[in-house]
Design a protein around this ligand. Structure first.
Ligand SMILES: [Zn+2]
Ligand SMILES: [Zn+2]
Length: 168
């Protein structure tokens, strides 16, 4: 899946911080922070994109990391619980995961036809959500939003830009 998020991340510092946070959380919970678990975190933070659990598992296998699929799933769940990864719904049947420490809240715009995902960080949107939450007596926490549409150059086409290109 194509993505545009690479340039928005400072993977190294954020990954190191996330590892430290993960280690201290696991310690507090009396759980062992195994090298496998750290490897899952690094895979998500290093990818700079949105991956599902199976893709993460396959990438790790390809890299020669000995890990079970169950450990990948379980670790992603742990990372989600401590707010180090976000779960996002890109319109597939499965969940995608992404780094959530060291990245600003953002909106995903997903093309329903070709799957292109574009990330948009908007202070204006953050301000709007903050106001809406406040009106309901909430304090805004983190958010991850998905908007589905069709990537296109002009309103005339029935097929999205990328699919049209591919069909030529
Ligand atoms: Zn498209
Ligand atoms: Zn994202």
């Amino acid at each position: 899946m194509a993505d545009t998020d690479d340039n928005k991340r400072q993977p190294k510092a954020a990954t190191r911080q996330a590892e430290t946070l993960f280690r201290s959380y696991m310690k507090a919970e009396g759980m062992r922070c195994t090298t496998e678990r750290i490897a899952v975190l690094r895979e998500v933070y290093g990818s700079g994109t949105h991956l599902d659990a199976d893709e993460i598992y396959r990438r790790m296998k390809d890299r020669g990391i000995a890990i079970s699929r169950a450990t990948v799933y379980h670790t992603l769940d742990l990372l989600f619980r401590v707010h180090l990864v976000a779960k996002i719904d890109l319109g597939h049947k499965h969940t995608h995961y992404e780094q959530s420490h060291g990245v600003a809240n953002h909106l995903h715009v997903v093309c329903e036809q070709c799957g292109l995902v574009v990330e948009i960080a908007s202070a204006e949107l953050g301000g709007l959500l903050e106001r809406l939450c406040r009106e309901q007596g909430f304090q805004l926490g983190s958010f991850s939003l998905q908007v589905f549409g069709k990537c296109m150059d002009d309103a005339a086409g029935k097929t999205c830009r990328r699919r049209r290109k591919a069909e030529k």
